[in-house]
Design a protein around this ligand. Structure first.
Ligand code: AMP
Length: 145
């Protein structure tokens, strides 16, 4: 982990694939142009546990995981990110991102100020939860309307 004042080297970009995602990625690249940037999306099993359709939660999650994986790949190409694999993780978004950041020794986490849940708040709830408890710097990219 980079604890000095030198440039960021290892950046984790948390994306929920909502409208502002491209903006978040471009801001991360601008602030850390030479860093390894990885995209991470966290699938929260809670959202699928009671889905009222004919498929099991495990099968739904597998389908979502596959779709997200290909969207991350596409975004990586579109924004010319480094070749590090992007990740579809599973769990509670904020705590999963905290532990991933530690495991990967990220020196910066980049999030959007708002995503799918937070439009009416100053800072979305996931963004806020990521900010609290992170052991490295966190950049909240202001997502315009
Ligand atoms: P929210 O707090 O839900 O409005 O989302 C704010 C920001 O948190 C988003 O722009 C993303 O950067 C991040 N975020 C929210 N949900 C997720 C998720 N499931 N996986 C990864 N990042 C997320």
């Amino acid at each position: 982990m980079n604890t000095s004042n030198s440039a960021y080297e290892n950046v984790l970009i948390a994306v929920d694939l909502s409208e502002g995602t491209g903006q978040i990625i471009e801001r991360a690249k601008a602030i850390a142009p030479n860093a390894d940037c990885r995209l991470v999306y966290v699938l929260d099993p809670v959202h699928y546990a009671n889905a009222n359709i004919a498929m099991s939660p495990v099968d739904i999650m597998e389908q979502v995981r596959e779709r997200v994986r290909s969207e991350l790949l596409e975004l990586g190409h579109k924004h010319a990110l480094s070749e590090h694999p992007h990740m579809v993780a599973e769990g509670h978004p904020a705590s999963t991102i905290h532990s991933l950041a530690e495991t990967l020794q990220a020196d910066l986490i980049v999030v959007g100020s708002h995503g799918r849940h937070g439009v009416q708040l100053l800072l979305g709830s996931t963004a806020n939860a990521i900010l609290h408890g992170a052991k490295c710097d966190v950049l909240a990219v202001r997502i315009g309307k």
